[in-house]
Design a protein around this ligand. Sequence first.
Ligand SMILES: [Fe+2]
Ligand SMILES: [Fe+2]
Length: 270
Amino acid sequence: MEVDRKAFIADLGGEAKVASMDSEAKADALEEFMMQHLNETGGGAAGKYPTMAEVEAQIETRRHRRGVGNLFLSHSGNVKRLPPMPAKPTLADFFKQRFKVTSTHVLQSANLAMKNGMSEEIILACLLHDTAQELIKVDHGWWSAQLYEPYVPERVAFAIRYHQALRFYEDKAVGYEYPDLYRVLFGEDYKPEPYIEAAHQMVRNHKWYMDARMVTVNDLYSFEPGVNPQLEQFTDIIGRHFKQPKEGLGFDNSPVAHIWRSIASPDRPL
Ligand SMILES: [Fe+2]
Ligand SMILES: [Fe+2]
């Protein structure tokens, strides 16, 4: 993929700003820029994607691992103090106060699912599908599903969990093609690991295949400028399908309460 150097530098805030960035920050900014501008540039047609070996060679050029959650890392400057959470936090509180990096993407995906006439379960799955990336990116489908499992219908958790495996496999009958983004992120010669392939095979033959598939179909692979759906658009769907615990998320003694607390309080030292 060819990067427009001028646009990239302008995006970062100009030459002086770029000069003040260390190589790690530049590498991250470049990756982010490529992700955001993928659709406009036409991806691989214009140039070359990294190989898996090239992606791996970047590991030791960073001070953090790529799977670190968004809340735990700032790509430019120090992290900011987070606003305190209410005593009994709701899903909406987490969206507004903690899902800072993932919320636009998941709201845009849920908005697209709604426009495409998907079921409420699929819209909800789209709304929640990537939010555990605030905590950890590695295996984010499994983490996100676990986070929501006690509070949503089983098929919603299923769709969230398995979108992660299905996104690597095409289903042209419903309009899903392998996204260029993964050629950038994983390398052009990437083959999914055996556990991903096994999950894909299982889901293909499952009665809820289309639920998980529709999360991938309505997943947006680049930021859509000017489209900013608000959470309020989904208040009724959340009310009907999300069992908000009266004690607040993190304080209901559920098996995942500690995960919510970790997202609420990422500055706790231990
Ligand atoms: Fe995802
Ligand atoms: Fe996504």
